[in-house]
Design a binder for this molecule. Structure first.
Ligand SMILES: Cc1ncc(COP(=O)(O)O)c(C=O)c1O
Length: 482
């Protein structure tokens, strides 16, 4: 009897969560968390109960504990970090994914999940216009996608150099050199570390003021370092949104038999937009690509795709097989051949849903709209004295720095004060970063709902806040306004 009660309560908790979910997306929801770490710790640390509690009651407690610590990253006025906004359609599929509770490790544990991934992989390759025979691993994000792609790269370049990685691991392997830009995303360095590569195994190459890899430096490094090599380049630099010169890099990779990997966590989606595709032209010549679903595809967390041209190299790196993981001749593909996890979430359902809901044109419209918003914000800021736009705005990123005319408050301080002033309005969520030795306000336009009106609103707020901000010690706010 007690068991039944628990199940009833759990079922009601689902309904309660659905009701809460509808309310949660309201635009008047605060963007910034209201509780700090200590307060959140207190709210969550309600003690370990001896006896279990009713699910509805616990759900209410969970909401009460979590809500003060929630960040408004699903809101169209969220511009900090490159994060998508968990489109409700993707969330709906994600709920079903949890309700169905499939373990998408192998085809036989979850046939629908395996085939959803198989079919969605085909659509992804089509949308991104990448080699159609590539294999796709559905994983947690671009970090793990890089890990998967670079594991395939490691095995394959060593195999070509006559080293059997499966038998020997890295011991006794020829020196493998990874050529990577100093402005590459940190997740690539993390993935390399997980794969057994340290700083001495890498050649860090210079990049220009936009974070674009120096191609002649790459050529020189390739000539200087013989042996197995992996080149990592990027579509969409995390601060500037810049793209590496893929055609020239692919020529070099081919001439030196190097594996070419593209980190395209968000920028690779430019390939889904006809008029932006040229930005990433030549990226299709790479051997592997890491791209996120939880950024421009607006999928709920977590979702990333590891795409590898040579499906055999991909599978050799990731394969998990055992006799109890049964396979039959008519099965679809086993997802676990392409991912590091065995038991895993059925990530294909939400990806399948989002691509169907948006369609080819919908994906392009989101990326196009966000790039236009970034251009608008940059244009408005450029016209204001004291505001400097540091990047060439071709994608969705705007990098701003602020200067006073007296010079007694340094530009880095003014930039931080601007970020604080904008955040203090409660209407926007923004963050700063260091870029080329400068403190910058970093604007990422990527939340699904962000449109021209909201971009204008942000540009207006930047102008107003800048006009009001004291730019010299001792001058009052009022004085600045006159
Ligand atoms: C260029 C780039 N690469 C890799 C990553 C890591 O992606 P994820 O956080 O999905 O693992 C990001 C995240 O913002 C990124 O912008």
């Amino acid at each position: 009897m007690k068991e039944d009660k628990r199940n009833d309560s759990a079922a009601r908790a689902l309904e309660r969560a659905a009701t809460y979910g509808r309310r949660f997306r309201r635009p008047d929801r605060p963007l910034h968390p209201s509780a700090d770490a200590a307060e959140l710790r207190q709210l969550f640390d309600v003690g370990l109960p001896d006896a279990g509690r009713g699910a509805v009651e616990v759900l209410d407690d969970l909401i009460a504990a979590a809500e003060p610590g929630l960040v408004g990253n699903t809101d169209p006025r969220f511009f900090a970090w490159v994060m998508g906004s968990s489109h409700p359609a993707g969330v709906a599929a994600d709920w079903l994914t949890s309700i169905w509770g499939q373990n998408a490790g192998i085809f036989q544990t979850a046939p629908a999940a395996a085939i959803a991934e198989e079919v969605t992989a085909k659509w992804l390759l089509d949308l991104l216009d990448l080699p159609r025979a590539s294999s796709v691993g559905f994983t947690t994000g671009a970090t793990m996608a890089a890990f998967i792609c670079l594991a395939a790269a490691r095995g394959e370049v060593l195999r070509r150099a006559g080293h059997d990685f499966d038998a020997n691991g890295l011991q006794g392997a020829p020196d493998l050199n990874v050529l990577i830009s100093e402005d590459a995303h940190v997740s690539n360095f993390a993935a390399l570390r997980y794969l057994g590569f340290g700083a001495r195994n890498m050649t860090r190459l210079p990049a220009d003021g936009q974070g674009v890899l120096d191609v002649p430096a790459l050529g020189a490094a390739l000539t200087a370092n013989q042996g197995p090599r992996i080149i990592i380049c990027q579509a969409g630099q995390i601060n500037t949104g810049a793209f590496d010169r893929f055609e020239a890099i692919a020529d070099l990779a081919a001439a030196h038999s190097a594996w070419l990997h593209v980190d395209g966590a968000f920028g690779l989606w430019a390939r889904a937009v006809p008029e932006l595709k040229a930005l990433a032209s030549g990226a299709e010549r790479a051997d592997s690509w890491a791209v996120d679903g939880h950024k421009w595809l607006q999928m709920p967390y977590d979702s990333g795709f590891a795409i590898v041209r040579d499906a055999n190299a991909h599978r050799r790196a990731m394969d998990i097989s055992a006799s109890y993981l049964t396979e039959s001749p008519g099965d679809g593909r086993n997802p676990t051949h392409y991912n590091p996890e065995l038991s895993r979430r059925a990530r294909g359902f939400a990806a399948w849903m989002m691509i169907q809901v948006l369609g080819r044109r919908g994906v392009a419209e989101i990326v196009r709209r966000h790039c236009a918003c970034a251009a608008l914000i940059a244009d408005r800021c450029r016209a204001v004295e004291g505001i400097e736009v540091l990047n060439e705005v071709r994608l969705n990123q705007v990098v701003l720095a602020f200067h006073g005319n007296k010079g007694d408050i340094g530009p880095d301080t003014l930039t931080q004060r601007m970020a604080d002033a904008l955040n203090a309005t409660g209407r926007f969520f923004l963050r700063t970063a260091q870029w080329k030795g400068r403190h910058v306000l970093r604007i990422s336009v990527i939340a699904n709902g962000t449109d021209r009106a909201i971009a204008e609103d942000l540009a207006e707020a930047i102008e107003t806040s800048w006009r009001r901000l004291p730019k010299s010690e001792g001058r009052s706010q009022k004085a600045e306004e006159v």
